[in-house]
Design a protein around this ligand. Structure first.
Ligand SMILES: [Zn+2]
Length: 400
């Protein structure tokens, strides 16, 4: 029951078309729905969150994304000093990251708009997802990734048959090229910042699922690693829609976490600024969120507004703390995630110690990408010893 698009800056309305930023003011476009009609339908037929998406399931290109586990993590909770910790395992999506959700919607909309070619700029996870969903849909995909993208993500993207091209410099260069060349050739741009209004709608499913998985309870906090922040804004929008439709009286506080080496949103939050400024030379091991927002700092401002409205905060953590948290997730809970996914755990430890988060809080952390996607970032001490094939060699090693 999508009714159209609306500019978040000037309020201009648009019909459902392959549009990107507002034609009048360049602002971000948001998908709007007829909530009264949806509420009426839910009263008669029961709730169906498919009504809150641009396309019903039957019209979506799918690889079985979503319905990811929400694991209660007691051992890690004790380490962090909180009572109730849940981990939303988005790395369990078909291509190994949360990007399958927005890309499923983006590729489906390309088909609805009869666009035969897709273009995307991605730090790697969106690249793999776009290549896979384009293959599934039988569409051509042009995939631009920054030169420093982990080889696992590049090879995974190539495997699905997309035309994968590495672009010199940081992510923002890939973003600018996708925008310019995509427009020139009429390709549908499914880049999941806020440039494509439809893709973020897929991220709302994380909120709907967590709502069901916690039997209608809403956590006190939701922690999300953020580059531009569409996942955070999507989850926040999902919960606000559930409130609009009378399904919850509470909203979670949203915490947006970055790496110190690339923290334009966290910096603006700490300095009390309204506007986010881009970071010209971002550098962190957390490649999935290594986005300096160069040329689209307004995306960061939009995310910061959502964070503040929810009563949450933004913060950043150093790479060494990210590595440590990555190891805690693996050794405490058996979850091997990429560095970007571990930033929230690293930050949560600091914030509980600093008294920013109450130990009695119910906290949900979104784990965005699988550890196998970025093996180059893990330390050399993850190597295994080699022994000769004699039992005494093994015994000697086990006793040492
Ligand atoms: Zn506008």
């Amino acid at each position: 029951m999508m009714t159209g698009l609306q500019c978040i800056s000037c309020g201009a309305s648009y019909p459902v078309l392959p549009l990107y930023n507002c034609e009048g003011c360049g602002g971000i476009l948001d998908v709007v729905y007829d909530y009264e009609r949806i509420a009426d339908k839910w009263r008669r037929e029961g709730e169906n969150t498919d009504d809150l998406l641009p396309l019903p399931f039957a019209k979506r290109v799918t690889l079985g994304e979503g319905n990811t586990p929400l694991l209660k993590a007691d051992r890690l909770a004790r380490r962090l000093g909180i009572e109730e910790l849940y981990l939303k395992c988005e790395f369990a999506n078909p291509t190994g990251s949360f990007k399958d959700r927005p890309v499923s919607i983006g590729v489906s909309m390309a088909i609805a708009f009869e666009c035969a070619q897709i273009i995307v700029a991605s730090s790697g996870n969106g690249a793999a997802a776009t290549s896979a969903y384009a293959a599934r849909a039988g569409l051509d995909a042009v995939i631009l990734v920054p030169e420093a993208t982990p080889s696992e993500k590049v090879k995974q993207s190539v495997a699905y048959g997309g035309k994968v091209i590495r672009v010199e410099g940081p992510y923002s260069n890939s973003f600018a090229l996708a925008k310019e060349v995509g427009e020139q050739f009429g390709m549908f741009n499914v880049t999941s910042t806020f440039i494509n209004p439809y893709t973020m709608e897929g991220d709302k499913n994380v909120a709907y699922e967590m709502y069901r998985q916690l039997d209608g309870r809403v956590p006190d906090w939701v922690y999300v690693p953020i580059g531009a922040g569409p996942l955070l804004v999507g989850i926040d929008k999902g919960y606000r829609e559930l409130m609009k439709l009378g399904k919850t009286a509470h909203l979670p506080r949203m915490a947006g976490i970055q790496a110190e080496g690339c923290s334009p949103i966290a910096r603006a939050y700490r300095e009390g600024r309204e506007r986010v400024e881009s970071d010209p030379s971002p550098a962190t091991i957390a490649g999935g969120i290594n986005d300096g927002l160069h040329g689209y700092a307004q995306d960061g401002t939009y995310t910061l507004e959502a964070i503040r409205r929810s009563g949450g905060y933004a913060n950043a953590v150093p790479d060494e703390a990210i590595r440590e948290a990555q190891s805690w997730l693996a050794k405490d809970e058996g979850l091997f995630v990429e560095p970007s996914s571990a930033v929230s755990i690293a930050e949560l430890k600091m914030s509980v110690e600093a008294g920013r988060v109450e130990p009695s809080s119910a906290v949900t952390v979104i784990l965005t990408g699988h550890g196998l996607k970025d093996m180059g970032s893990i330390r050399s001490d993850y190597e295994a010893p080699l022994i000769p094939k004699q039992a005494n060699a093994l015994v000697e090693l086990l006793q040492s």
